[in-house]
Design a protein around this ligand. Structure first.
Ligand code: UDX
Length: 465
């Protein structure tokens, strides 16, 4: 079986290398000649832990070309893994349509049965309602001559290789039993994973629902955190810990309590970023509006996320006594183990500060060059967090890089000005809270103003009579 993969971003390239790793012959297609050259040499054009090694290991089974027609003609299965950005109003399917046209043109004069797979995140009915008509129109083929499948990816940036090599589920939205058989062969190297067979539109909906649920968990956490910040002695971490101990959330098997990774999304923070959650939730909401569905929950989820950054920023400004002149942002990658700065909370906080005429220093371990491409000469760039915090009135820790935990409070206090404060936006230093670290405030923790939290139920109209 030969497989062609359109697009060599973190989804396309990881998919190509992951399938080659199970013995499949894979041809990557990309029109970026620089990327083509790099991959040919076994160099990954994207930062993804473990990808370079896996690429090198499978180079003899992996071809890369900018000639889509040849790759498609030679393949049995063609996987579309191109970008589907949000254009401000709805999902942008232009790259998907372009790929579908090229596939249609390329298979016009072929006789063998092909399966076209959509792996990109697309709104429901894109596979059968957009890709299929375009492929059939441009190839002149009949419906029964070409198979279609929607096979969503569930890869996390920074963990994409691990997530592909050890998938918790493989969803196959197939147009016919023949397509199912071929797709089972594509994934025959993944016998331990659950294979969920459904139709293409359901597969599209599974993907959006999965991401929206994770994003919802984060926004829910941030709204609960805002309540806790007004309550003396109430730390949202302890609140969520109490919730997570519900055995429906963390079952006790044998003598052991199994805490799901989902628990880490039930946590106050600076809001979600990245190239997936924001665009996927917005695309789903825009899609549901088209169906005249009342989407107040998705609207609310997005609203909380968009205002959480302002909330955290103003928390820092409020806590700092005086007018802040300079801030430091520790972490501009949207999350650890990636150099991706798309929808990055750290970058957005820097832009907020610049908008108020505040000087900005930023630090990151791998995302500085991508940050420079966005912020240019407006900010100062540091590799070392202790240099970045020098002279800062407020330090925002926005990416939970593990390396920050190797830095002692004493070192931070040595380099931060006496009056400076640290907004630990993801409670990264939570275990240090107990020592009443004079600099630190945490999101979702009571925010004492002038020494104490201004709170009284009686002030809230509940009275004692
Ligand atoms: C996400 C989904 O997890 C993945 O399944 C899907 O295929 C693509 O979208 P990704 O955006 O790469 O993956 O990473 P993820 O780790 O889920 O982070 C998304 C956002 O949630 C980030 O802003 C991150 O900081 C935040 N997050 C993540 C949390 O707030 N808490 C966590 O425990 C993990």
């Amino acid at each position: 079986m030969k497989i062609a993969v359109f697009g060599t971003g973190y989804v396309g390239l990881v998919t190509a290398v992951g399938l080659a790793n199970t013995g499949k012959k894979v041809i990557c297609i990309d029109n970026d000649l620089e990327k083509v050259e790099k991959i040919r040499k076994g160099i990954s054009p994207i930062y993804e832990p473990g990808l370079d090694a896996l690429l090198l290991k499978n180079l003899e089974r992996l071809a890369i070309t900018s000639n889509a027609a040849d790759a498609i003609t030679a393949s049995d299965v063609i996987i579309i893994a191109v970008g589907t950005p949000f254009d401000g109003n709805r999902i942008d399917l232009s790259y998907i349509r372009q790929a579908a046209r090229e596939i249609g043109e390329a298979i016009k004069n072929t006789d063998d049965y092909k399966v076209v797979v959509v792996k990109s995140t697309v709104v429901p009915d894109t596979t059968m309602g957009v890709v299929r008509p375009i492929v059939l129109e441009h190839s002149g083929k009949q419906e029964e001559e070409v198979g279609f499948c929607m096979n969503p990816e569930f890869l996390r940036e920074g963990n994409a290789v691990e997530d592909f090599l050890d998938p918790d589920r493989i969803v196959l939205g197939v147009s016919s039993p023949e397509v199912e058989a071929m797709m089972r062969e594509v994934y025959d190297g993944y016998r331990d994973s659950a294979i969920l067979i459904t139709n293409p539109t359901t597969a599209e909906m599974i993907k959006y629902t999965a991401n929206s649920f994770l994003a919802l968990t984060i926004s829910f956490s941030n709204e609960i955190a805002r309540i806790c910040e007004n309550l003396p002695g109430v730390d949202s971490e302890e609140v969520f810990n109490g919730v997570i101990h519900d055995k429906r959330f963390s079952p006790i098997i044998g003598k052991e309590r199994i805490t799901p990774q989902l628990a880490s999304y039930l946590r106050a923070g600076v809001g979600f970023g990245g190239s997936c959650f924001p665009k996927d939730v917005k695309a789903l909401r825009s899609f549901s509006k088209g169906l005249k569905v009342d989407g107040k929950l998705l609207d609310g989820l997005l609203h909380i996320n968009e205002t959480q950054l302002e909330h955290v920023f103003s928390m820092g400004l409020k806590k700092f006594s005086g007018k802040a002149r300079r801030i430091a942002v520790l972490g501009t990658a949207f999350k650890p183990n990636t150099d991706d700065v798309r929808e990055s909370p750290g970058v957005k906080l820097a832009q907020m500060a610049l908008g108020q005429g505040i000087q900005v220093a930023v630090q990151d371990y791998v995302a500085l060059s991508n940050t420079k491409a966005l912020l240019g000469a407006q900010v100062e760039y540091y590799d070392d967090p202790l240099e970045a915090v020098e002279g800062a009135d407020i330090v925002f820790v926005t990416t939970i890089w593990p390396q920050y935990l190797d830095i002692s409070e004493e070192d931070f206090e040595k380099h931060m000005p006496e009056q400076a404060i640290m907004v630990d936006t993801r409670s990264h230093f939570k275990e240090r809270k107990a020592k009443k670290w004079r600099h630190r405030i945490g999101v979702g923790q009571p925010l004492p103003v002038n020494g104490e939290v201004e709170y009284s139920l009686r002030n809230n109209g509940y009275g004692i009579h």
